[in-house]
Design a protein around this ligand. Structure first.
Ligand code: GLA
Length: 718
């Protein structure tokens, strides 16, 4: 049993593989007592907080660790649940009503969530809290998994009052004891997504948010508190992430006693929800992960969980195909002949999938038109997609196709037919970005139109892969179909509509591999990974920049979720020139592919591409499904980076030099997670070492004579 309730002490003790999460009902209040390293059951009550009587400026409530902090009795911190009651006030007094403990885990209606295949794989606790005055009923859900070290939490809100209640905030909150912490999160922008940022926790309120209508390039829905002494291999990590793809906010709110609340949920800047009598609102799920063994420990737990309990379907555990995408090779300037020439060389060097990117439909020869008109352009591709896909298939490659289904170009037949189908505010400018507008996926007729038009294309030709793109954020992000008092529901309704569309299409085409994209990694989150098991990590394919992006992304997202391609130099985003082998060595850190015209490579680079493909085919199971360790952090000092993959037998170490330094001293990279006494052999580099030597002395890395050099070592345990 993973969830225990002690009737006499009214204590709930949730035990994961390495964490405990403890709550207690006291005077009807639901209090949070502990989250951290696993402790034995029972006999810990004496250690928890002593009742504090309060002073005139601070009531007892302001110091009590409420499981759901709300506006009541002088709680002055950030509220996790906020409503506007029928009377106009926002007081919410939640009191314990009842609870249920059950095997398994139910899905959340309309929302992505973590899942188990058998009821014996998890246990779920539901706690009902009630506001006796307003009639609001809140059900907190906690799932503990038998094999995975993550706690899944969510909140269901029901309005049992006679009045209309407006939900203003719904956050998952957890309070940690007063201590020294640092904040870790993933910050970025387009082409520099998910850079790991770590700094001392401020006194006060730290917030990250997206109100873009997507989780966004700028802030990923990930937040962690660590101790200053926490490293990759040791120390406590308390992390949160959202199983949601829309706007979000996350807070670290430090109270007067220096005990921080961590929170994550819907972004109240762009959200409220009207609830009439009897209405129910399901808030998105949040995942909590505690690691006692450093940041690599966090990543191991999250990677395993995301791979098996978030991602689904045919491709979940399968090796991901090596792809060749034409975008940076041709942009919009292609025809059948050009594509086949690129694909043919791809097939010859061992690629498995050819992806036709943007520009195959309508009259789209630049990004100024035709989104929404998903009809093949036969001027470019005579005979249509079927003829092209069959030729690609004859080469032994699967055929993949780019779509941007959530968008509409003002210059499109779809927009001319349905100008009100885009998000907008009547009487105001419809602000364009990349010359496009966003369809209102909150409307059922829009959802159905997308489902049918995309299905029609996928049925028309043998398509084995879809790149599902989304290339702008919401500006006047409101639905014309909603009345004034419900306008603030537009963004969340959009995301629910998107999930319905994705659920339907991915179920209809179960063997198609779906890769999500949003100008690269602008919607890289556990919500989207529930439908599409991989994401195009970034539009930035420059090897030196990509090391940082993949390094940061790997904190919680597994390598099997990251698309990583080799592109041409000078790089199209940075102008930088990096060696071909380094571009390959970086792309091996994710789902490997090419995004260039292989015909333009010299013989040496083409041979390097061939070798990389052969290596990826041999080792991809270890790289995509094995344990991943970050060994050297490119955000520190000289920008050098190293990481390691292992399945227990094979150990792959990748070292990336940033810039060569004159008169540099020899360096070692210390490996992790090996067996001390086992012997490991790298035949290519003629090295035989014990695990202990590799971990404690470290692998000597060569002196670099040029910038952006890199090396890959493959050890086999004897
Ligand atoms: C986005 C994607 C790119 C490419 C283009 C096509 O920017 O991130 O990979 O597909 O759209 O327009």
């Amino acid at each position: 049993m993973q969830i225990h309730f002690n009737e006499s002490t009214q204590v709930f003790h949730l035990q994961g593989k390495s964490f405990s999460y403890i709550m207690q009902v006291k005077d009807g209040l639901m209090l949070h007592l502990y989250w951290g390293r696993k402790i034995p059951l029972g006999h810990h009550e004496a250690l928890h907080f002593l009742p504090w009587e309060g002073a005139s400026f601070d009531s007892a409530h302001s110091r009590w660790p409420l499981e759901v902090p709300t506006q009541e009795k002088g709680f002055f911190g950030q509220q996790a649940l906020r409503v506007k009651n029928g009377g106009g006030d926002d007081v919410v007094s939640l009191r314990y009503k009842t609870h249920r403990i059950m095997d398994g885990k139910k899905g959340l209606p309309g929302l992505p969530s973590s899942y188990v295949e058998k009821d014996t794989d998890a246990q779920t606790l539901e706690i009902d809290l009630e506001d006796h005055v307003s009639g609001l009923l809140v059900t907190l859900r906690y799932t503990v998994f038998a094999e995975y070290d993550v706690l899944a939490r969510s909140m269901l809100i029901q309005n049992h009052s006679a009045d209309t209640v407006t939900l203003l905030d719904a956050q998952t909150a957890v309070r940690l004891p007063a201590d020294n912490y640092e904040i870790l999160h993933l910050k970025g922008g387009w082409a520099r997504e998910r850079h790991a940022k770590r700094f001392a926790m401020p006194e006060g309120n730290f917030a990250i948010k997206s109100r873009r209508g997507a989780s966004g390039h700028e802030n990923n829905p990930f937040l962690a508190l660590v101790h200053p002494e926490t490293t990759e291999s040791m120390g406590d990590v308390y992390a949160m992430t959202h199983v949601y793809s829309g706007s979000f906010s996350a807070f670290v709110d430090v109270g007067i006693d220096r005990a921080p609340y961590m929170m994550m949920g819907l972004c109240s800047d762009v959200f409220s929800w009207q609830m009439q009598n009897g209405d129910v609102f399901q808030a998105p799920e949040t995942l909590l992960c505690y690691a006692p063994d450093g940041l690599n420990g966090l990543s191991h737990r999250m990677h395993a969980f995301v791979r098996r309990c978030i991602c689904r379907g045919y491709w979940r555990d399968r090796p991901r195909p090596i792809l060749l995408n034409n975008w940076e090779a041709t942009y919009f300037d292609f025809n059948t002949e050009k594509l086949l020439k690129i694909a043919a060389l791809g097939a010859q060097i061992g690629c498995e999938l050819f992806v036709l990117d943007d520009g195959w439909f309508g009259k789209r020869n630049s990004d100024n038109c035709s989104l929404g008109d998903w009809v093949v352009n036969e001027d470019k591709l005579p005979g249509g997609l079927k003829a092209l896909a069959e030729k690609i298939n004859e080469m032994g490659l699967k055929m993949g196709l780019w779509f941007e289904p959530e968008m509409v170009s003002p210059d499109s037949d779809l927009y001319r037919a349905h100008p009100d189908w885009c998000l907008h505010v009547d009487g105001r400018e419809r602000t364009q970005a990349r010359q496009q507008l966003i369809l209102d996926l909150g409307r059922k007729e829009v959802q159905d139109h997308i489902i049918e038009s995309i299905s029609h294309v996928l049925e028309s030709a043998p398509i084995g892969y879809v790149k599902w793109d989304m290339n702008r954020n919401m500006m006047e992000g409101f639905s014309a179909a909603l009345p004034a008092q419900r306008k603030m529901e537009s963004q969340h309704r959009y995301i629910l509509g998107l999930y319905r569309v994705l659920e339907t299409i991915t179920a209809r085409f179960p063997e198609v591999l779906f890769e999500s994209c949003s100008g690269g990694g602008g919607r890289f989150d556990c919500g989207i990974l529930h439908y599409m098991p991989q994401t195009w990590t970034s539009d930035d394919t420059d090897a030196a920049e990509r090391v940082k992006i993949q390094y940061g992304t790997s904190l919680i997202y597994p390598c099997s979720s990251m698309g990583a391609h080799v592109s041409a130099v000078p790089n199209h985003q940075t102008g930088r020139i990096t060696p071909f082998h380094t571009r390959c060595n970086v792309a091996m850190g994710g789902n490997f592919g090419f995004e260039l015209d292989l015909n333009k490579l010299n013989e040496e680079d083409l041979q390097c591409a061939r070798n990389a493909v052969a290596m990826v085919k041999k080792l991809r199971t270890v790289m995509q499904q094995g344990d991943y360790y970050r060994l050297q952090n490119p955000f520190l000092s000289d920008g050098d980076a190293a990481w390691q993959f292992t399945d227990g037998r094979t150990v792959i170490v990748c070292f990336y030099r940033n810039q060569a330094q004159p008169n540099a001293s020899p360096r070692q990279v210390k490996l992790q997670g090996l067996e001390e006494d086992a012997v490991y052999v790298d035949t290519a580099h003629q090295m035989t070492c014990t695990g202990g030597a590799l971990m404690h002395i470290g692998l000597p890395v060569p002196y670099a004579w040029k910038d952006y050099d890199s090396w890959v070592y493959v050890f086999e345990k004897q």
